[in-house]
Design a binder for this molecule. Sequence first.
Ligand SMILES: [Zn+2]
Length: 358
Amino acid sequence: MQGSPTSNGSTSNASTSASSTVSTSSAAISENTTPSTNAAVGTANPTLSTSTDESIARSHRSALRSIARVVSETTTPTPPDKALADIAAMLADAPALVLTGAGVSTDSGIPDYRGPRGSLSRHRPMTYQEFRYDPAASHRYWARSFVGWRIMDRARPNRTHFAIAELERAGYVRGVVTQNVDGLHAQAGTENVVPLHGDLATVMCLNCGYREDREHFDARLAAANPGFLQRARVDEDSVNPDGDVDLSEALVAEFTMVGCERCGSPMLKPDVVYFGEPVPRQRKEAAAKLLEESGSLLVAGSSLAVMSGYKFVIDAQRAGKPVAVINGGPGRADARVQTLWRTPVAPAFDALLDELEL
Ligand SMILES: [Zn+2]
């Protein structure tokens, strides 16, 4: 799932066991499949709201605010010709760090959150607190993800991923920090990529730390759930950026979860950062190092609505590095960047390759 931490998404209490204090009633969870985006997104999970562990409830509410953040128009974009010339000059001056979001993967068939057809209009991502402290929620996640995984697994890099890999080979890009969890930058051949929010292709055990390859885990789920995929039969368009799909409660109830291969614990989680969960330190440091080694920051396909992405703009500007944005819609950093190119992402990268004669 495409999870993203909130600005203060501390879950330092994550190791404490609160599950005994939290009701496991699935009826208590608000499942938002209604089309009213923000009202639905803002709905609190009553189970967590009444949790006796106030810090868990607070992190959950903070994650909900981050999910619900609406990014609106704040400034006038740079004229397209000037934007292209400015960004080409910026890359020619020194290798840039490219920060990517869901907008670079929409052409691979993976929806974004906040675009016009964004998945937030019909689905609120689960927060870390729901996943971790409500067994019914994690069971539902895995049932849905089991179905959604084969759609995610079929996604292939598109021309934006390949263009960025080519810019890296030619020395115009130092590396990529991505908020996406689809693994497509690496598949396209980008050498230096930091998946800030993790990768759906790995499953981790929250009890013992064992990491399992998703393909292998998927085969175990398939063996435990004969016929489930045939019964689920979902529309490819209904997949969410976090790699799950909407399933009926009846089907979710039929799903059999498997345990950790090493310790047997049912507390397995995709190795991705959920809303309400901090980015692991190692990845934060690797990303910061890439920014340090870069002459500028180029944001592509992200509204920077969540702090973990927006922070790169702040850090780059503090270090005196120019920042440019290529995005199809408004973004949180628009008013503070040097160049703002409002355009579909793929044609913009085509034009950049031409401009740089690649
Ligand atoms: Zn384990």
